[in-house]
Design a protein around this ligand. Structure first.
Ligand code: ZN
Ligand code: ZN
Length: 834
């Protein structure tokens, strides 16, 4: 039996709390209705509002990642947003003025690809303006859907701060940041090979290349003299046209004499220089490899190192651009087949082998990427590696291992960040060029936003040569250029007022482990270049959600769960409990329906406890009076004090699973199983008033504290329970202060109270072992125990007798050094006399 099942069955075997008492609450908690009502209440009272003028509270700023509006808010997103919301709600209760904006990263390839798929067109089939309009419209629809999902989940973002990167008011700031970086020398335009998606016909960044294992064929081809020459193995014969050199290992004896000579490339006839380089693996193929411009990154390095020529054999849509009419215009795959056939006809292929390849593919469309050289805009990120590493070390990373991801990534990059894209739906690059002398013309800040694809140059003539032949840049910016400055934009940049100091750098940067190397990296380099500081202080990283079968969640695996569906089925608070308890922060967590079920059961238990307490306490709040508190009361309050400490520490360190487990254990076991069962008799009519008041005080104190501690994770339920106490709940529980642990209680009460409760639990088991119901009266209870416990039990005789419904109690001392008398694991032996 799993942990969850055993807890659940344990619960159902218990008698329902206070079944003979009157209720003021509906019998069951209907999460669908209740949660919708409370969300409406929050909306009406605008309780998540960030107040920029509030000087009395310290600001806490969250730089929420703006998701791509894909329309699909999957459980991975939901996990990410749950973490953010736990922190936001906790910090509000801690007295912070929480800045929790939500935005949308609208631009870029994902949206364009979706428009192309949705309307079954290619980007060039319609005029650019119309294409952009289609993108905007689809984006708007998707945003509406995702917003609904976030609301359904009870996310407490401040919608007054919503932003969309496609709005002119936003992208004018992207353009401004471009101009500032250009002026400060962080950007340059140049021709350098970049990763290129031939399907999407755009440059892509290294971070957008996904490596996949695929099977390929290795062709052994003879170069030069058909009988002598040199044999070369390659998986890409289609690049023969771009072959500019041949590389061998310096220690490879069989090629010693040929190094420094040239060899004729078959079919295309150009001469390729043979060079020797340590990077060649002499065991791969024949030990001689071709250098093509560009087959891979090594080719790029060798071309530069050995000053080889560049032959551009591929067009931007991945077709062969050679003069030879047999191959001109063929796609890479077709060209490969035809060239191999030609080589075979000439007897130049000696053998073929199947080989395993690690191929770089486009993150959006899985097309193998090519390396293409053409003029692009770059940000000088390579120079910043050491700075990024240094700053990474100054920040708080949750979990700590995620820091290394950023460092490894920064250190692995050997190219600058290519920030230009050859697409349409994106922020235009705000520059014009003089076609005569190449001077770059940038607009004044007040003219932004601009669209050089349509707008005329802000200058009539080139400031350098006076030519009036000016043209606007047709390329656009990488979408990360929009979204990697959100923290500064929220803080009011370019206005560096008071607000900027309050909100920047952001206190919290929450995102998934998968985008540490993209998102967190780009944020860091942008901010270091623009502001000289990291844009965040603490990084809260969530793991990935695995499917119900333990594999990564994917639509094609059939293990995919839509967040909305799960929330509608189990309720947002149950879903949020899964997010909190599913695993340690930063580690992958599986999606489990039974975790949601357990979450629901817990809420039902809490609701029943609330009903019991409401039915048994007066509306007026009993005062705490230390002199009337029994040992069990002191134990409860002491345990509550420890719970508050533990949960507070867990929230401070973002260990949500620890927080939730502690709250659930306390509610279920300490409060419901132990305390309530032990004090029921004190709530009966005719009981001593001081005793009654002490019990009522403890019950309410425990319940209201649980409510507050649970509020960040189960905001709806906490609010619902909290409002059952109108004299206490004058506002939302989310506007309340976080509970402070009570310092006046001692450890001895906790220890002794626990001992007493253990005895009661033990005696109850004995009672039911005898076939007696818990409510039936018994004549006598005989307890044997250690000498040191006798006094404590005598003192609490009344509690023991009343709880167990016994007429009398006999205490006996264990004989010294006798262990047989005790039951394993307890300090007692109990005998029931019916
Ligand atoms: Zn692509
Ligand atoms: Zn000029």
């Amino acid at each position: 039996m799993s942990r969850l099942e055993s807890k659940a069955s344990e619960d159902s075997s218990k008698t329902e709390l206070g079944s003979s008492l009157n209720y003021t609450l509906s019998k069951s908690y209907d999460s669908v209705t209740e949660e919708a009502n409370w969300r409406e209440y929050w909306r009406q009272h605008d309780i998540y509002h960030f107040d920029p003028h509030d000087k009395s509270r310290k600001a806490f700023s969250i730089d929420t990642p703006p998701p791509y509006p894909s329309g699909d808010f999957h459980v991975g997103n939901a996990l990410n947003w749950c973490y953010i919301d736990f922190v936001a709600r906790y910090k509000r209760m801690r007295g912070f003025n929480v800045h929790f904006p939500q935005g949308w990263d609208c631009h870029g390839l994902p949206t364009e690809v979706r428009v192309e798929q949705t309307f079954k067109i290619r980007k060039n089939d319609v005029p650019p303006d119309q294409f952009v309009e289609m993108c905007r419209k689809l984006t708007g629809e998707y945003i509406a859907k995702m917003k609904q999902s976030m609301n359904l989940l009870g996310i407490s973002s401040d919608w007054a701060l919503e932003y969309k990167t496609m709005d002119p008011s936003y992208y004018k700031l992207t353009q401004l940041s471009f101009i500032e970086l250009f002026k400060s020398g962080h950007l340059y335009r140049g021709e350098h090979p970049v990763n290129w998606c031939p399907r999407d016909e755009t440059a892509i960044a290294e971070a957008e290349v996904v490596y996949q294992e695929r099977k390929g064929t290795l062709y052994y081809m003879r170069f030069g003299d058909p009988t002598g020459g040199i044999e070369i193995a390659s998986t890409r014969p289609e690049l023969l046209a771009a072959c500019v050199g041949i590389a061998v290992h310096p220690k490879d004896e069989k090629y010693k004499t040929i190094v420094g000579k040239t060899v004729t490339v078959p079919i295309f006839g150009q001469k390729a220089l043979v060079i020797s380089d340590d990077e060649v693996d002499p065991r791969y193929g024949t030990g001689a490899v071709m250098i093509c411009t560009f087959g891979d990154k090594t080719d790029v390095r060798w071309q530069m190192k050995y000053h080889l020529p560049v032959i551009k054999a591929l067009t931007e849509n991945g077709r062969l651009s050679v003069d030879d009419p047999r191959f001109k215009g063929l796609k890479a795959e077709e060209a490969r087949k035809k060239i191999v056939a030609e080589l075979q006809a000439k007897g130049r292929v000696s053998k073929t082998e199947t080989t395993q390849q690690n191929i770089g593919t486009c993150w959006r469309c899985q097309t193998p990427v090519e390396i293409i050289s053409r003029p692009q805009w770059f940000m000088k990120t390579r120079d910043m590696t050491q700075k990024v590493v240094d700053w990474a070390g100054k920040l708080v990373w949750v979990p700590p291992f995620s820091k290394q991801r950023l460092i490894d990534w920064a250190e692995s990059l050997d190219w600058d960040w290519v920030i230009s894209r050859q697409r349409i739906f994106a922020t235009p690059i705000p520059v014009w060029y003089c076609t005569k002398c190449g001077t770059v013309i940038i607009p004044e800040e007040s003219k932004l936003p601009v669209d050089p694809r349509k707008d005329t140059s802000p200058e009539e003539k080139c400031p350098e040569c006076g030519s009036s032949e000016l043209r606007g840049e047709m390329d656009v910016l990488d979408t990360w250029m929009d979204s990697s400055i959100t923290a500064a934009i929220h803080a009011g940049w370019p206005n560096k007022s008071d607000l900027f100091k309050q909100l920047f750098p952001a206190d919290l940067q929450p995102n998934g482990l998968d985008i540490v190397r993209t998102w967190d990296y780009y944020l860091m380099v942008r901010s270091l270049a623009l502001f000289g500081t990291a844009p965040y202080k603490t990084l809260l990283i969530n793991g990935m959600v695995k499917g119900t079968d333990g594999r990564m969640m994917h639509k094609s695996y059939g293990n995919y769960v839509v967040a909305d569906e799960a929330i509608k089925k189990a309720g947002a608070d149950a879903f949020r409990q899964w997010a909190a308890a599913g695993g340690s922060t930063g580690y992958d967590i599986p999606f489990r329906w039974n975790e949601l079920e357990y979450g629901k059961k817990f809420l039902t238990k809490l609701w029943n406890v609330t009903r019991f307490i409401l039915a048994n306490t007066a509306e007026s709040i009993p005062q705490k009076n230390l002199s009337t508190l029994s040992l069990i009361d002191r134990w409860l309050l002491g345990s509550l004090h420890n719970l508050t400490k533990e949960v507070s520490e867990a929230f401070e360190t973002f260990q949500f699973n620890t927080a939730l487990e502690a709250i659930r254990n306390f509610t279920w076991h300490a409060l419901a199983d132990d305390y309530l069962e032990a004090v029921k008799h004190r709530l009966q009519p005719g009981r001593d008033q001081a005793d009654l008041k002490a019990t009522q005080y403890c019950l309410r104190e425990a319940l209201l504290t649980i409510c507050k501690l649970l509020a960040p994770i189960c905001p709806h339920m906490s609010e619902a329970v909290y409002h059952q106490f109108p004299s206490t709940a004058t506002k939302s529980v989310h506007q309340e202060s976080w509970p402070e642990p009570d310092q006046t209680l001692d450890e001895a009460s906790i220890r002794n109270g626990k001992l007493l409760l253990d005895l009661i639990a033990h005696a109850r088991r004995e009672k039911s072992a005898k076939g007696l119901s818990l409510g039936s009266n018994i004549k006598r209870i005989v307890i044997s125990t250690e000498a040191e416990h006798l006094h404590l039990l005598k003192e609490n005789e009344e509690t023991i007798l009343r709880t167990l419904k016994a007429d009398s109690m006999d205490l006996e001392r264990f004989p010294p050094n006798s262990n047989q008398a005790k039951e394993p694991g307890t300090g007692f032996k109990v005998e029931i006399v019916a």
